[in-house]
Ligand binder design. Structure first.
Ligand code: B16
Ligand code: MG
Length: 218
């Protein structure tokens, strides 16, 4: 039987947490007098927590001591955790359950490949942890997206060759990571932003089961 490795990013692909990262970073940046916008936020999507703060400080030409830096990281994460604590299944993005069940019914291996250190907490909260055959997140990797490490580890965990894997991503960094890793990349979001992906869809409601069947048998 044909098999492909399906690897999903978490924030902005499986659940609608990208907006919580945005709100938490915006609050932090503005508290430092650094202006923050949705356009700037695109550059933080898929990027690790540490690297995101480095970028924000860079935009504001600000330098901090290591202790101050770590304090801000904790502040941002606590703010973010307060948002996700209230999450439930309603925040699973449209048609994600349909897609995951279709792949399961067709015995396709599925993995999570996320930069987030909070990935397992979030998956548990929305009751999806058991669905994934492999979960690779920010606690398992040393190199953040656009480095392909997270997706290569996910492919390895599924026992699949990277060239037989398909990555779903909402970030430019993640699409680059998938492409560099030799995988097919499918962007979820704005085609103008995610133009480096093999295909781009607004969300999963635009991806039919027939399309998945085609990917499986290709
Ligand atoms: P955390 P993904 C990424 O998750 C987010 O897109 C990015 O905005 C965030 O900074 C990063 O996780 C780290 O998250 O602070 O929870 O460890 O999109 O790769 O699932
Ligand atoms: Mg994402």
């Amino acid at each position: 039987m044909d098999k492909k490795g399906f690897i999903f990013d978490l924030d902005g692909v499986i659940v609608d947490t990208a907006r919580y990262h945005y709100m938490a970073w915006k609050r932090l940046a503005e508290s430092l007098g650094i202006s923050f916008s949705k356009v700037k936020n695109e550059q933080l999507k898929g990027v690790s927590r540490v690297r995101s703060l480095e970028k924000i400080l860079n935009w504001g030409n600000m330098e901090l001591t290591e202790a101050q830096f770590n304090e801000l990281l904790e502040l941002k994460n606590n703010d973010y955790l307060a948002y996700i604590e209230r999450m439930d299944k309603d925040e699973i993005l449209p048609d994600v359950p349909r897609v995951l069940s279709f792949l399961k019914q067709n015995d396709q291996p599925i993995a999570l490949g996320s930069a987030s250190k909070n990935a397992r907490t979030i998956l548990k909260e929305v009751d999806l942890l058991e669905v994934f055959d492999e979960v690779i997140d920010g606690t398992n990797v040393t190199n953040a997206k656009p480095d392909p490490e997270v997706f290569l580890k996910a492919a390895e965990g599924l026992g699949m060759d990277p060239s037989d894997c398909i990555v779903f991503e909402d970030s430019v960094a993640g699409i680059r990571a998938a492409n560099t890793g030799g995988m097919m990349s499918i962007g979820i979001g704005d085609p103008a932003v995610l133009h480096e992906a093999t295909y781009v869809f607004k969300d999963f409601t635009e991806i039919s089961n027939e399309f998945f069947s085609k990917l499986i048998s290709e």
